[in-house]
Design a protein around this ligand. Structure first.
Ligand code: HEC
Length: 129
């Protein structure tokens, strides 16, 4: 028989305890950050200095003028947009970006209002990373 290793057993127990809540959580109970990362994180960072992804960084997005990150290659429509991002404009945008900016490059839309609200709540807390 193998010698028992109490330290290893403790580690394994800790790992199981820490991942179990995530495995038990249905999607609807996932944290706001996780929902943001899952839906937006592939294309958007939360830091102006991080390596750029497909979309512009979303730190301090609430109150920011749409299409205003200087060196980001926006679509013409978003570059010349005349609104600021608020909970209301973000909700419209996430439901259907091309409805607001027909030539927009953002290939994402979320039809579930609850998920949109969860993401907007997360972005309103001014997350930075
Ligand atoms: C497949 C990549 C992709 C995904 C996923 C994505 N976006 Fe975007 N997003 C973009 C691109 C590209 C642009 C620039 C669009 C343009 O120039 O027309 C953009 C633009 C934006 C803008 C405008 C920013 C500004 O500076 O005016 C906001 C706000 C935004 N996205 C929010 C989100 C949120 C929130 C999510 C997740 C729910 C999300 N996006 C998911 C690619 C993506």
């Amino acid at each position: 028989m193998k010698k028992r290793n109490p330290q290893k057993n403790t580690m394994i127990t800790l790992i199981i305890l820490s991942v179990t809540p995530f495995m038990l959580c249905p999607y609807g109970f996932a944290g706001d950050r996780e929902v943001y990362l899952k839906n937006c994180g592939v294309c958007h960072t939360l830091s102006p200095s991080a390596a750029r992804r497909q979309g512009p960084p979303l730190n301090q997005i609430i109150g920011r003028k749409a299409g205003s990150i200087k060196d980001f290659p926006y679509s013409d429509g978003l570059r010349s947009a005349d609104w600021q991002w608020s909970a209301k404009t973000l909700d419209r945008w996430l439901e259907n970006p091309q409805g607001m900016v027909p030539d927009s490059y953002m290939m994402y839309s979320e039809k579930d209002a609850k998920i949109r609200q969860q993401i907007i709540k997360f972005l309103s807390s001014n997350p930075s990373s």
